[in-house]
Write a protein of this length. Structure first.
Length: 156
């Protein structure tokens, strides 16, 4: 087990005991993100989700210390105790909150599953960048960097 996997597994175990709700910041100008938001709303939750548009006044008011420009570049999930997950970890935590998908989230957090989670994030990022309808975090319509930054490398 790698240090990153151990940290993810430890975070997941701690989260299972302590988290009462999760806030998911999603890009409201991204059709894929909005679709996933609707999909999440239709799932049975083991941990309640609060879905807030990234960079919105609501997000900025609720999380004033968060880098809101970065939340427009990659999925961000915040736990009720202040935990922050981004990118692949945020994707896994979202699945972990869902009754039907928790076993898959637990597997995706392992060394065997993590490359699949990264590949899913890479694919979503590429599709998202191609169809995004509004300006990026820096005002450009097509950001130069991938939506998930340098954490979107394809599995090797």
């Amino acid at each position: 087990m790698t240090a990153a996997t151990t940290a993810t597994t430890a975070t997941t175990a701690t989260t299972a005991q302590a988290t009462r709700h999760l806030t998911v910041l999603y890009d409201a100008d991204c059709p894929l993100c909005v679709h996933i938001r609707h999909w999440l709303l239709g799932q049975r939750w083991l941990v309640p989700l609060r879905l807030i548009p990234a960079g919105s006044f609501a997000a900025q008011g609720k999380f004033p210390r968060l880098d809101h420009a970065s939340t427009l570049r990659e999925i961000t999930v915040i736990g009720d105790s202040g935990q922050v997950w981004t990118g692949t970890d945020a994707f896994i935590v979202c699945l972990w909150a869902l009754a039907e998908h928790r076993p898959k989230a637990n597997w995706l957090a392992t060394p065997a599953g993590r490359p699949f989670a990264r590949a899913a994030m890479y694919t979503a990022s590429a599709w998202r960048q191609a169809v995004r309808t509004g300006p990026g975090a820096d005002g450009e319509v097509e950001p130069e960097a991938p939506a998930c930054g340098d954490q979107c490398s394809a599995p090797g």
